[in-house]
Every structure is written in structure tokens, then in C-alpha cells.
Design a protein. Structure first.
Length: 278
């Protein structure tokens, strides 16, 4: 059939076509808005994440509420931050990768903040927990304890061709001793934040297995011209049953000042290729 000018379709085709196209375009726009952010391309740009969970407590097992847990960059910028709940528990979604450190502290109790605010007694001041070179490659549980001793700058290494053992560097920072040094005007060239060797209690675990501390050497760390701190080089045994299912070793170091009771612990994650001993 030939359609003439008096045909209804022909006489209305322009109007109907425009309306039809507008309806289609509007529908496509709605679909884009609804599903565009979940497109495969968008998902490809999202970094893969792992879940880190744990509980933060003091050394009496009391949960620490509203404790900040940070994953930090090499410049100490916070990449991820979460807070603990009333049970001291936290859950963090962390992009996969290696982090310069993980830190944890209830900020109002952090010594420098507490001194400025003046709301807490000095005995309630605290120093933070640190885990160094943290590897976020899988879902992990990281339970945390802290008190008044900071295991700062923790590093572990081995000496090629030497005895089958590990060397661990750490700066033990006793808050009680640091505050005493500050009260004396910080004039002494010796910033002795750590106790002397006979008053430093040390325990070390590698991959969850406690190992013997073979040597404990006090060394000097340069802080500024004419000022130094006392740090430690620890020599520890190798574990009898090291974990083979992880690409890294986990070192846990617990420190206790046997004179004033300050305690603290820290972790260090060593790439497996840096620590093969067998």
C-alpha cells in the first residue's frame, strides 16, 4: 500500500519520531546514571582491598574505646583511619599493599596532647603502638596492646655468612624516662629514653613462636648535634617452626622497663627473600 499525504502515520510521523527518540534517549540516560558507576571499567579502577580486624586493649586486657588505628605512608600521612568500638574492636578496609607503618593510640591520652589539654593525670599518659612495614596482602587479624613504652623504628635483618640468627634494631621509648628528661630542661646530651640493659626486659616472637634473646646491646642514636638517645641491637634465635604459608616473617617485640613498669610492643614485617636462613 502506498502511503499518501493524508495518511495518519505520515501526517504525524515527525511528532511521533521525535517523541520516540526523546523517550529512548531519556531511558538510556537513566540506565547510565543507575549502572554507570558499577560498570566493569569503573570496577577495574577500584584498588583491591583486604579486611584487617582486631582488638585494642591495655596490658590488663581492658578494651580501649575510640582508639584510632592508622595505616601510614612513608611521609607519615594517614592513608586509612578507623576507630575502635566499646569492646576495643575495629574493622578496616585497606587497599592491598605495603605500608610504612600502622599506629594506634587513643588520642586524648597521647602524651603530647594530654600535656596540652591538662585533663589527665600524668600516670594516664600513653605512647602509641607501632607495626612497621605492614603487609596488607590478605585478610588479617592484628590485635594491639600499648601502654607507656614505644617500640619505635623497629627493624630486623640478618648478617650474610654470620651465625643463623636475626638482628633487631629498636628504640625503646619509656614515657616515664622521657618526661623526667624533659622536666630537667632537656639539657643533658644524653636523652636516655630507654632503661639500661639490666633493666630492659625483652621478649621476641617470630611468626608467633617465642625465640631466645641471645644478645642485648645498648647503642647510641644521633638525634641532633651533641644529643643522642640510647637504642638497642638485639640478637635473637631463629624459630624452630617458621611459617611457610606467608611471603614474609612477622617479628613481635615486647619491651618492659623493669624499674618503672612502662610496657609496650611492636611488630615488624620482613619480606621472605630478606630472611631466608635455610
Amino acid at each position: 500500500m502506498i502511503l499518501g499525504e493524508d495518511c495518519y502515520f505520515c501526517s504525524h510521523r515527525t511528532f511521533d519520531f521525535d517523541l520516540f527518540m526523546k523517550t529512548i534517549l531519556f531511558g538510556l540516560f537513566c540506565l547510565f546514571i543507575a549502572f554507570g558507576c558499577n560498570s566493569p571499567k569503573a570496577e577495574m579502577n577500584e584498588p583491591e582491598k583486604v579486611t584487617i580486624t582486631g582488638q585494642v586493649t591495655d596490658y590488663n586486657g581492658i578494651p580501649i574505646d575510640s582508639c584510632s588505628v592508622f595505616w601510614k605512608s612513608p611521609s607519615f600521612e594517614n592513608i586509612v583511619e578507623v576507630l575502635t568500638d566499646k569492646e576495643g574492636r575495629y574493622t578496616a578496609q585497606v587497599p592491598k599493599g605495603k605500608y610504612q607503618s600502622v599506629a594506634a593510640i587513643y588520642m586524648p591520652s597521647y602524651a603530647s596532647i594530654a600535656m596540652q589539654e591538662g585533663k589527665l593525670k600524668e600516670e594516664d599518659y600513653r605512647l602509641e603502638f607501632w607495626a612497621w612495614d605492614f603487609v596488607a596482602d590478605r585478610d588479617t587479624i592484628l590485635d594491639i596492646r600499648y601502654h607507656r613504652m614505644e617500640a619505635y623504628g623497629l627493624r630486623a635483618f640478618r648478617i650474610p655468612g654470620a651465625a643463623p640468627c636475626y638482628q633487631i634494631y629498636v628504640r625503646p621509648m619509656s614515657l616515664s624516662r622521657t618526661l623526667e628528661w624533659m622536666k630537667q630542661g632537656a639539657q643533658s646530651e644524653e636523652c636516655l629514653m630507654a632503661p639500661s640493659s639490666e633493666f630492659l626486659g625483652v621478649k621476641v616472637w617470630i611468626d608467633g613462636e617465642e625465640v631466645s634473646v641471645l644478645m642485648k646491646q645498648e647503642i647510641k642514636e644521633h638525634l641532633s648535634e651533641g644529643v643522642y638517645a640510647n637504642d638497642y641491637l638485639l640478637t635473637v634465635d631463629i624459630p624452630e617452626h617458621p611459617r611457610e604459608d606467608l611471603p614474609y616473617r612477622t617479628f613481635k617485640v615486647e619491651l618492659t622497663d623493669l624499674e618503672n613498669g612502662d610496657k609496650g610492643e611492636g611488630y615488624y614485617y620482613m619480606d621472605k627473600e630478606d630472611c631466608l636462613l635455610r
